[in-house]
Design a protein around this ligand. Structure first.
Ligand SMILES: [Zn+2]
Length: 320
C-alpha cells in the first residue's frame, strides 16, 4: 500500500523559477541549468522505481517515498522505505550511467563514462548511514530489534556494475531495478518471524509521515543569489517577457500582445518559492506590479492557495 507518494522536489521547482526570472546573462544560469538537468534525471530515476515496486507482493507492504526526518541534531533522507511486519527495506535510487566500479580495497567508488573517470561518495556508505539513523529513530520510538535492510537501485539498465574479484557480496546490495523483486523475496524468506503486527506497523507509518520535514531550498545558501537579482512581475507565458500589464481584468504582454487571465498564478508560486513561503496582499501587489489592494485581494482569493489569518493578517502559502 502506498502511504507516501513521491512529489516533484521543491528544489526542481526553485531551479525552474530561477531560470524564469534571472536575467539571461546572469552568472549563475549555466550552473542552475546543469543542476536542474541532474535533478530531473534523478527524479525520473526515482519515478521509474514505482513500476518495480508495484510488482512486489503487496500484502502487508507499506511504501513510503521521499522521507526526510530529524534524528537528534541532523536530518536523514530516504528515497524509498518499504515496511513489512517482518523487516524494513531502504531503497536508494541512483541514476548513474556508464560503468560503476566499487573498489572495495581502496574504498573508492569510481564511475567511468566515455573517457572520463570520476570519483563519487560511496553510495553504500551513504545508505548504511541512513540505515543507522533509521534504526536509532526507531529505537527512540520504542521499536527495537526490527531488521532494516538496504538496496542501492540502479535505474539505468545499461549501467555496468563492477567490483573486485572476491567482493561479489556487494551485488546483493547494488541491483538494477528489475532484480529488486527477487531480493525482496529473499529477505521475506530470511525474516519469516512477525516482528510488528499490522496495526503497529500502520501506526509506525503514520509516525514516519508526521516526522517528515521537507527540505526548503534557500537561494542565498544554495547559489549565493540575492533576491535583488530576480525579476519581478507577471511573466508572459508566450514570449517570457516580464512584466505583463494588468488591463481590464486581464494580463497583457506589451511585447507580443498575448493576453492571459491566469498568468499571475505562476508569479505567485515563484514568489513563494524564491522570496518567502508566505505571501501577503502587500507583497503580492509589489511582486505583481499591481496598484490596487482590491485586485490583489481578488486574485489571491481566487488563486486556490491555502491561507491562514483574516483581513489584513491573511497570508497565503504554497499549494503543494
Ligand atoms: Zn509576450
Amino acid at each position: 500500500m502506498l502511504i507516501k507518494q513521491r512529489k516533484l522536489p521543491l528544489i526542481i521547482k526553485v531551479d525552474e523559477a530561477l531560470l524564469r526570472r534571472l536575467p539571461i546573462n546572469h552568472r549563475k544560469r549555466s550552473l542552475i541549468e546543469e543542476d536542474l538537468a541532474i535533478r530531473n534525471a534523478c527524479y525520473k530515476g526515482e519515478q521509474n522505481l514505482d513500476y518495480y515496486l508495484d510488482r512486489l507482493p503487496q500484502q502487508n507492504l507499506y511504501i513510503l517515498n521521499d522521507l526526510r526526518i530529524k534524528n537528534d541534531k541532523y536530518f536523514f533522507q530516504i528515497d524509498t522505505l518499504l515496511l513489512t511486519p517482518n523487516f524494513g527495506l531502504i531503497i536508494e535510487a541512483k541514476n548513474f550511467s556508464g560503468t560503476l566500479f566499487f573498489d572495495t580495497i581502496s574504498k573508492q567508488f569510481i564511475r567511468t563514462y566515455g573517457n572520463k573517470e570520476e570519483g563519487f561518495s560511496d553510495p553504500i556508505i551513504q545508505v548504511q548511514e541512513q540505515q543507522e539513523q533509521l534504526v536509532d529513530w526507531l529505537f527512540a520510538h520504542q521499536i527495537m530489534d526490527f531488521p532494516i535492510e538496504y538496496i542501492i537501485g540502479i535505474s539505468n539498465p545499461e549501467t555496468i556494475i563492477k567490483a573486485h574479484p572476491g567482493s561479489q557480496s556487494i551485488f546483493q546490495f547494488i541491483l538494477h531495478y528489475p532484480h529488486i523483486k527477487n531480493r525482496f523475496l529473499e529477505l521475506q524468506a530470511k525474516y519469516s518471524k512477525y516482528d510488528i503486527n499490522p496495526q503497529q506497523l500502520r501506526k509506525l507509518c503514520d509516525q514516519l509521515v508526521r516526522a517528515h520535514s521537507p527540505y526548503i531550498p534557500n537561494i542565498q545558501s544554495l547559489y549565493n543569489i540575492n533576491q535583488s537579482d530576480i525579476s519581478q512581475g507577471v511573466q508572459c507565458p508566450e514570449c517570457k517577457h516580464l512584466p505583463m500589464l494588468r488591463v481590464s481584468h486581464t494580463w497583457r504582454c506589451p511585447h507580443c500582445k498575448h493576453q492571459s487571465k491566469s498568468a499571475h498564478l505562476q508569479a505567485m508560486e515563484d514568489y513563494l518559492l524564491l522570496f518567502n513561503p508566505q505571501l501577503t496582499n502587500q507583497a503580492c501587489r509589489e511582486f505583481l506590479c499591481l496598484k490596487s489592494r482590491n485586485i490583489a485581494y481578488k486574485l489571491l482569493k481566487a488563486s486556490g492557495l491555502p491561507f491562514s489569518g483574516s483581513n489584513k493578517g491573511r497570508v497565503y502559502y504554497r499549494g503543494d
